[in-house]
Design a protein. Structure first.
Lengths: 351, 300
């Protein structure tokens, strides 16, 4: 596979604010890459830099092998779907779709035919003569995507395209965008703050924080082996539990503040302080002797799953069965040692 | 009675009261004078019938007299020049400045705010200042043009019959510039930034973005600016007494100034009213065109 978009040591300053700090990222042709992180992490800035809407302060950027530093957006051959959709309100759906073609001097008949073709794939055929204000949120979203598709660009950039849709539509559009990506064999970069979107849609997830890439990899690798506490807490829902503990004298377990001991799969350096990360869905209610206990502070049941939260709020547990616990119960817990993540309490790095 | 009072406090009655107050004001202050003015243009009015409402009927005689007046075509030509070039100058330069100040550079909004100066100045003061600038013998404009080598000898802007109307046009462009620029700036600011970004990614260069995004998105603003500009130029009065007084030999007299001369200098109120009614019809036609053109307004 060749890199379609290649970023080397990208830096971006806004005055005194350092938005991107030496970001290097290689995006393979045909892949679907999600940039994910909390707001202000630089993911949108990175996307806009790829589009050329922001000029990078330093670093090398190339698209399809061509250096792109200083190349204006209109010569980058890249399409972008905006969070607001940015449809041209004074143009019909068809005119919105064919805008780029008309700018490039494509003939009227050819543009019309292409618009019809794109409209068919995006389910807009019946709406071609409408104006954006006459469309629902989902339909606008499709027009925005159709406008991107029609040009057959080198890459698609998505800037939180689903955040203005309601939950049900979001789930549906998630699938449609991914299906469209597969059908077109396109290269897509998708910015989102929603890790579920990133996990479900992307082949490759890039987690960012404060202008730095914290970790990148296949979605499940990020879930299974987060490199630090931030990624561990960001990927997965509900978020991972973190408990402070000390490694036992023999290194084969961790001792919690209350004196209870959780066994580890592989021994680590004895007597050191650690942060124990346990995913809520990996915790089990112990059938036999429990390795540790917690007191139920809150019980939420969705029917398919039960969420238990401890009294101090520090620990959460999800079980895909109905549990008959009530507030104040003391519950014995257990976890597969292989599913325990250990982090350094100071640096947050994985041990 | 109690129900009536209650409806005034929190019912339909209160709405009617508010609308009614506005309607009464509008009728008394604008409607009646307008009707009286139209009525007067069809009557014979002289100093003796000035106080009465019912006067001898004149039919269209006043209109015929006005059109046959020796200065009529001169005034018409001047009015067209004044309205067209004032509006064109105000709009084009105002739009250019609005686009310029829409760019992000330090102090953009502060400097734009300073343009308000021309707007808050009384027309008579502006006229007096331009009168000095345009003065033939000691005016600054002549000095500048001469030192740049554009003219060889002094141009007597205000007293040369071929320049007098242009003297007022220049002053009026300056006076109306800020208003045009501010309204157009507001319109520009209302266009979402991401439309430009989307157009840029779609391959539009700056000129194409202006033609395909800015202009169509500004349509209603441009319509409002132009129709307000038309009303503003047809209302512009102060500059004429301050700069040329309509002279020399009516070469800078426009309809509104002529109407004023008729009514308040020659005391021929019927003709003064007639000229103003003719202007009213023109404005009405322009307004109808404007309203019709914005009826199918597209808003996102």
């Amino acid at each position: 596979m060749t890199a379609q978009i290649d970023l080397q040591n990208i830096d971006k300053h806004y005055g005194a604010f350092h938005a991107l700090k030496g970001v290097s990222l290689s995006i393979e042709k045909g892949s679907f890459v999600a940039l994910v992180g909390p707001s202000g992490c630089g993911k949108s800035t990175l996307l806009r830099s790829i589009a050329g809407l922001e000029t990078i302060t330093s670093g090398e950027m190339s698209i399809a092998g061509k250096a792109m530093n200083g190349v204006p957006p209109r010569h980058r051959d890249i399409a972008m779907v905006f969070q607001s959709y940015a449809l041209y309100p004074h143009m019909t759906v068809e005119e919105n779709l064919t805008y780029s073609l008309r700018l490039h001097g494509v003939g009227k008949a050819e543009a019309k035919a292409k618009a019809a073709e794109v409209a068919a794939t995006t389910g807009l055929s019946a709406l071609l003569s409408r104006y954006p204000r006459q469309l629902s949120g989902g339909q606008r979203q499709r027009v925005a995507m159709g406008r991107a598709i029609i040009r057959n660009p080198k890459a698609f950039l998505f800037d939180e395209p689903l955040s203005n849709l309601d939950a049900a539509l979001r789930v549906q559009m998630r699938k449609e965008i991914r299906a469209l990506h597969d059908r077109l064999g396109a290269t897509s970069v998708y910015v989102t703050h929603d890790q579920i979107e990133a996990m479900t849609m992307a082949d490759w997830v890039v987690v960012m924080r404060d202008g730095v890439i914290e970790q990148q990899g296949r979605p499940l690798d990020l879930y299974d082996r987060p490199v630090n506490r931030f990624v561990a807490g960001f990927i997965g829902s509900p978020a991972m539990n973190f408990v402070e503990a000390t490694v036992s004298e023999d290194g084969g377990g961790v001792v919690l503040a209350g004196g209870e001991r959780i066994p580890l799969g592989t021994p680590v350096e004895p007597n050191r302080k650690v942060l124990v990360g346990m995913r809520p869905e990996n915790l089990r209610v112990a059938q036999g002797p429990a390795s540790f206990h917690f007191e139920v502070g809150n019980v939420e049941s969705t029917g398919s799953a039960t969420y238990l939260t401890s009294t101090d709020g520090a620990l959460q547990l999800v079980q895909t069965e109905r549990l008959g616990f009530s507030v104040g119960d003391r519950v014995g817990l257990d976890i597969d040692p292989a599913l325990i993540h250990l982090f350094d309490p100071q640096t947050g790095a994985r041990i | 009675m109690r129900r009536f009072l209650a409806s005034l406090r929190d019912g339909v009655g209160f709405d009617i009261l508010l609308v009614g107050a506005a309607m009464v004001f509008l009728l008394a202050m604008a409607g009646l004078p307008l009707i009286y003015n139209v009525l007067m243009s069809f009557q014979q009015v002289d100093m003796f019938t000035l106080g009465s409402l019912i006067r001898p009927w004149a039919g269209f005689q006043n209109y015929i007299d006005v059109v046959r007046a020796p200065e009529f075509w001169m005034v018409t030509r001047n009015t067209i020049i004044f309205v067209f070039f004032s509006m064109a100058g105000q709009f084009v330069i105002g739009f250019a400045l609005a686009l310029f100040f829409a760019q992000n550079f330090p102090g953009a909004s502060t400097i734009r705010g300073l343009f308000l100066v021309s707007w808050v100045m009384p027309g008579l003061v502006v006229g007096a200042i331009w009168s000095w600038i345009l003065a033939g013998d000691f005016g600054v404009l002549n000095t500048i043009l001469k030192s740049l080598g554009i003219i060889q000898s002094n141009v007597f802007w205000k007293s040369d019959p071929s320049f007098s109307i242009w003297a007022v046009v220049i002053a009026n462009i300056w006076l109306g510039l800020a208003f045009n620029m501010l309204l157009l700036s507001v319109g520009l600011a209302a266009i979402p930034r991401d439309l430009y970004e989307a157009a840029e990614l779609d391959g539009a260069n700056a000129f194409q973005r202006f033609l395909t995004i800015t202009l169509p998105m500004m349509r209603s603003t441009i319509g409002a600016v132009l129709s307000l500009g038309l009303i503003g130029t047809l209302q512009q009065f102060d500059l004429f007494p301050a700069i040329t007084e309509g002279g020399p030999a009516n070469t800078s007299t426009v309809a509104q100034y002529w109407s004023w001369q008729m009514s308040f200098q020659l005391y021929d109120f019927a003709k003064g009213a007639t000229i103003s009614v003719m202007m009213l019809v023109l404005v009405l036609i322009a307004s109808i065109i404007y309203v019709r053109s914005t009826r199918h307004e597209v808003r996102g």
